[in-house]
Design a protein around this ligand. Structure first.
Ligand SMILES: C[S@@+](CC[C@H](N)C(=O)[O-])C[C@H]1O[C@@H](n2cnc3c(N)ncnc32)[C@H](O)[C@@H]1O
Length: 219
């Protein structure tokens, strides 16, 4: 999460934000601050209602917007305090859990979203778990921060190639990578990372191909 000021952060970081709320912290996320970004992300999903899992849902602003569009959204977060705020927003399907071991069966979702959460995660494990809970040809959407955005030390700035490599290793095909400038009322797409604040990835789960038989053909 980007910083508005220097702040010590620490182990109770998200408990503190959950207790105080983003507004009274020195931090923000673009999906909390920008209704335009929430609309932009929603527009990347199919219009037909989908089963959506949001990993690291935080206080649930994006998830509320997607629910209002009739998607069936489950929000998962490590922090009970963040989930309490999300519940206060009217969200019903909230789970306290860890991206390393998602408490859902194989193929349970059509879409998995990581909105500004991947910097806290072990990418290979998180993406492998996302692939497991996604149905065949399901989609993974992720947003993270552009290189010039100053973030809390706890948020790892992965290189874009590292993110793409972890997606590929987990069984995804990166279909889109876009650079966004996310303001409160508008999202502008830029040709490169320069000047952008948010980087967006869309990845599609590769369908599993049947193993080819090595047996010689008769005759
Ligand atoms: C920067 S906030 C983003 C919240 C929200 N998605 C947004 O865009 O406003 C990152 C969130 O990831 C959650 N988180 C961190 N590590 C996690 C993990 N291992 N599993 C699930 N959630 C985690 C934090 O509790 C926090 O709510």
């Amino acid at each position: 999460m980007p910083t508005r000021a220097r702040s010590p952060g620490g182990a109770r970081f998200y408990s503190g934000i959950g207790a105080r709320g983003w507004r009274d912290s020195n931090y923000f996320t673009f999906s909390v601050r920008s209704p335009a970004l929430r609309r932009w992300i929603a527009a990347q999903l199919p219009a037909k209602p989908k089963r959506v899992l949001s990993v690291g849902c935080g206080t649930g602003e994006l998830e509320s917007h997607l629910s209002a569009l009739r998607h069936r959204v489950v929000g998962l977060d490590l922090s009970r305090a963040m989930l309490k705020r999300a519940r206060g927003r009217g969200l019903g399907r909230l789970v306290q859990g860890d991206s390393r071991q998602l408490p859902f069966g194989d193929g349970s979702f059509d879409v998995v979203i990581f909105a500004e959460s991947i910097g806290h995660l072990h990418l290979p494990t998180a993406f492998r778990e996302a692939a497991r809970v996604l149905r065949g040809r399901g989609r993974l959407l992720a947003t993270t921060y552009a290189g010039t955005v100053k973030t809390h030390a706890a948020y790892a700035k992965f290189g874009l190639d590292e993110i793409a490599g972890s997606l590929a290793a987990a069984g995804f095909r990166v279909a889109e990578r876009r650079f966004l400038s996310a303001k409160r009322s508008a999202v502008t797409e830029l040709p490169s990372e320069a000047g952008s604040t948010v980087v967006y990835f869309l990845a599609k789960k590769r369908s599993v191909t049947a193993p080819t038989s090595a047996a010689p053909s008769p005759g």
